[in-house]
Design a binder for this molecule. Structure first.
Ligand SMILES: *Cc1c(COP(=O)(O)O)cnc(C)c1O
Length: 396
């Protein structure tokens, strides 16, 4: 039986390769950080991690995790409701709720799971989900698992959202769903206007803060902070795998009855293991650090502004944003790959994205800034961009 299937897969895989869409993975042998070492021995500056606050190898987090290994062991060997709930899990849930100004939090193994398990327990075929067209894959999959009526509005297009809200008046409850920051353009969802429309058309809101928590807003509380909406959004989801230490884990935080219902009915929570205590312990430390000082958030904001301003001054076409994602627009797919390859030779690790990850004719290099970057790292990257940009006739 496998022979036929093997042939089929081999054919499909070659087609992926021929289309230039095959994903190769580079192997890193050092901790994640501003400077990383590849298995080829090459040392490069990393501008493509979600390590926004530089916490992936932070000494205090590593120490907190190490201590938890001694006090709490390695794994829980259980889902939460049987015997997988530790004191550290409960403490992290409370700390995250306090951080976001919400009522309660539920932890998941990932934000993919949080989004996969949030819709189906809360909404039925009587209800409506109104989702931004550029929402993350995990939101799309989560919505698919739910029987609610689906509406999709063009990315951040408030006229379109309003149209869809009018149509959705036919349903009982309405939930607008959006990423806080869209990962390809780095644009921030216009949550102030979404909130106005939600009030006008009697809808609830869910925001996925995966790329915005720790990053957006003066103290890194995300888009709800940026738009002064702390405590006013019904559901926030997020990840511990990006700015918040970069290990693993996700969460849903918001109104207490919603969180309570998720604990009763959310399938990825009920049927998947608890996060390891050491991850919860490091998470607690992370929230404490971000509450005590704004140092890392300030440094990230400084770095982002610094990099974007210098790149625009050099003549690059940059999408303006308040996130730490900087899309250097090249439009041409081949050019984006050539540029990324040449930048790697200059010691700058970035990724070129093209169709189908971004729309046709909108290829780009995505740069992700981090509080781990020092000004000298940024200068080195900018110099390399200018050198390669001139070689490839992208700038004068
Ligand atoms: C990264 C990301 C996720 C997935 O987070 P994991 O914890 O890695 O599963 C979900 N939503 C958005 C918007 C993301 O950017």
């Amino acid at each position: 039986m496998y022979t036929n299937f093997q042939e089929f897969l081999t054919g499909e895989l070659s087609a992926i390769k021929e289309a230039g869409l095959y994903k190769d993975e580079r192997i890193i042998v050092s901790p994640q950080g501003a400077e990383i070492t590849l298995n080829t021995g090459q040392k490069v500056l990393n501008f493509c991690a979600n390590n926004y606050l530089g916490l992936s190898a932070n000494k205090k987090l590593v120490e907190a995790a190490r201590q938890a290994l001694d006090t709490h062991g390695y794994g829980m060997s259980s889902v939460r409701f049987i015997c997988g709930t530790g004191d550290l899990h409960k403490e992290l849930e409370q700390k995250l709720a306090h951080f976001f100004g919400t009522e309660d939090t539920i932890l998941y193994a990932s934000c993919f799971d949080a989004n996969g398990g949030v819709f189906e327990p809360l909404l039925t075929s009587d209800d409506a989900i109104i989702s931004d067209s550029l929402n993350h894959a995990s939101i799309i999959d989560g919505v698919r698992l739910c029987k609610a009526q689906r509406y999709r509005y063009a990315n951040a297009d408030m006229n379109d959202l309003e149209e869809k809200l009018k149509e959705a008046q036919a349903q009982r409850f309405r939930l607008i769903v959006t990423d806080g920051v869209f990962s390809m353009d780095g644009n921030v969802a216009p949550l102030d206007r979404i909130y106005e429309l939600a009030n006008k058309y009697n809808a609830m809101i869910m925001v996925d803060e995966s790329h915005s928590a720790g990053v957006v807003g003066e103290t890194g509380r995300g888009v709800t902070e940026l738009y002064n909406l702390k405590g006013k959004i019904e559901i926030i989801t997020g990840t511990l795998g990006k700015a918040f230490g970069g290990a693993i884990g996700g969460f849903t935080t918001g109104k207490k009855e919603i969180i309570d219902m998720l604990r009763q009915r959310s399938r990825p929570y009920l049927f998947s293991n608890s996060i390891p205590p050491l991850v919860a312990a490091a998470g607690i430390k992370m929230v404490e650090m971000m509450t005590e000082t704004n140092e890392l958030q300030d440094k990230l904001h400084f770095n982002t502004k610094y990099f974007m301003e210098k790149m625009m001054k050099a003549g690059f076409d940059i999408k303006p944003t308040e996130s730490a994602i900087c899309a250097v627009m090249l439009y041409d797919a081949k050019l984006s790959q050539e540029m990324a390859a040449r930048l790697l030779r200059e010691g700058i690790y970035v990724i070129g994205f093209y169709y189908p990850v971004v729309p046709k004719g909108e290829a780009r290099i995505r740069v992700q800034l981090s509080a781990a970057h020092e000004t000298e790292h940024l200068d080195k990257a900018i110099t390399a961009f200018i050198k390669v940009g001139k070689e490839l006739d992208i700038i004068k």
